[in-house]
Design a protein around this ligand. Structure first.
Ligand SMILES: Cc1cc2nc3c(=O)[nH]c(=O)nc-3n(C[C@H](O)[C@H](O)[C@H](O)COP(=O)(O)OP(=O)(O)OC[C@H]3O[C@@H](n4cnc5c(N)ncnc54)[C@H](O)[C@@H]3O)c2cc1C
Length: 404
């Protein structure tokens, strides 16, 4: 069977090597000058290839359409990914949170491994070949590029999402899918910074707030996440903000608040303040807060919580203590929205999965047409789950060619 796969990213490369191994003639068309351009920047250049956890845990870490991925994850799971790279000269190691990386800490080793397997299997590739349109005519797929046209029996769309477009994923796959009659769930950013009105100071930009809790809520939604938070000049970022962005990208406006002391309930925090006051009655309120917040946060805190910072602790009233406790437990941040889709680590939205066969990734509307990877309306939290989605959906599509 002659197959064209549009896109030589994580899913396209993985699909191509398996489809070619299964005896098919595969041509990859890639708009960039090299394969896997996005993969080079994954995991901060180290590529978190998968998460060493069960299919159930992978499903739990998928934000959109987890059930759709069950079959693909069952056919090709994290264990398979780990064995694949270990057996092919790219040994892997597991780090905190079961995140799996190459031992070399080089994303390029993952890409080289995939590409070398493609070459061994006889995959052909055309670089700098941006597909402009795709159609089915007289039972064959016809693909047009700047330089001419190609024909195939099967067509695989592995063009990725819309985030980080400089890596080649510019959302072209959505227009190809639409031309074939598929519906697209409106793409928005996922795993991106959350924009806030407050302006963090320069010192705060170097800070990681450890073990805090971020809450987002509105009339129909409430979620609190515990972990580390970072600040950007106009946004909150870091693990819990990124995860939160995936959960709120379709819930509209939310109120955001920070709990600086999630391990202490209000009573315990009040008692802690009382102890601090008793231990240093002649110190002032700024000193008190410096025992509970990083120094770099103090001005930011007091810009919102209106106190005479020089007030002596021995004159702190019960009412003032109450305000301090409430401010430390529910420090408000003004939500302005999510950062642009270009800044998302992944795209939420894409090809409507109801119109795709979950076992084979084949279109239910156009026989012989397949969608794999991030172009589909699936996305997951950080931790290697998104790369696993690319590999699992690619393998599901390739293995379906041979009826398994
Ligand atoms: C900064 C960053 C860090 C990340 N880190 C991780 C991580 O550590 N672990 C993890 O699991 N996930 C991570 N991800 C997410 C992960 O990279 C993606 O989910 C994954 O690459 C998706 O694979 P894909 O094959 O679907 O799309 P892509 O990898 O985006 O590949 C799509 C390919 O299609 C090509 N293409 C697009 N349109 C056309 C066209 N018209 N003609 C020809 N070619 C075309 C593109 O050039 C590109 O090469 C990260 C993402 C980013 C942005």
């Amino acid at each position: 069977m002659k197959i064209i796969c549009i896109g030589a990213g994580a899913s396209g490369l993985f699909y191509a090597l398996w489809a070619a191994r299964f005896g098919h003639d595969v041509l990859l068309l890639e708009s960039n000058e090299k394969a896997g351009k996005k993969m080079y920047i994954t995991g901060k250049g180290r590529c978190n290839v998968t998460n060493d956890s069960s299919v159930k845990e992978h499903i739990q870490n998928v934000v959109r359409n987890p059930k759709f991925l069950y079959s693909a994850f069952s056919k090709w799971n994290a264990e398979d990914t780990i064995a694949f790279f270990n057996d092919r000269g790219c040994p892997l190691k597991t780090e905190r949170g079961n995140r799996v990386f190459p031992v070399s800490d080089k994303a390029s080793d993952v890409i080289n491994c995939l590409w070398s397997e493609c070459k061994k299997a006889g995959v052909r590739i055309q670089y700098r070949e941006r597909v402009q349109s795709a159609a089915k005519e007289n039972g064959r797929f016809v693909v047009k590029t700047m330089h001419g046209g190609y024909e195939s029996d099967l067509l695989v769309i592995a063009t990725g999402g819309k985030s980080y477009p400089q890596t080649g994923s510019t959302g072209d796959g959505y227009s190809f899918a639409k031309a074939f009659g598929h519906q697209i769930v409106y793409p928005v950013a996922s795993l991106c910074p959350i924009l806030i009105q407050e302006k963090p100071s320069r010192d705060m930009l170097d800070l990681t707030l450890k073990n805090v809790s971020l809450t987002a809520e509105n009339a129909s939604f409430k979620k609190s996440l515990f972990g580390d938070l970072e600040f950007l000049p106009n946004a909150v970022s870091g693990p819990i903000a990124l995860t939160m962005s995936s959960l709120i990208n379709r819930v509209g406006k939310v109120a955001l608040s920070l709990d600086f002391k999630p391990a202490l309930d209000e009573e315990k925090l009040n008692n802690r303040i009382l102890r601090e006051v008793a231990g240093a009655p002649n110190k002032d309120i700024r000193f008190l807060l410096s025992t509970m917040l990083p120094m770099a946060m103090l001005d930011f805190f007091f810009a919102k919580v209106n106190f005479d910072q020089g007030q002596a602790l021995n004159s702190l009233t019960k009412e003032q203590r109450k305000i301090l406790v409430a401010s430390l437990k529910r420090f408000p941040l003004t939500f302005l929205g999510l950062d642009s889709i270009e800044k998302g680590i992944v795209t939420s939205g894409g090809v409507l999965v109801d119109e795709v066969n979950a076992k084979s990734m084949e279109s239910k509307l156009v026989p012989g047409l397949y969608f794999i990877g991030e172009v589909l309306d699936v996305d997951a939290f950080t931790g290697g789950f998104n790369m696993q989605i690319a590999f699992s959906t690619a393998y599901a599509a390739a293995s379906a060619l041979n009826g398994f």
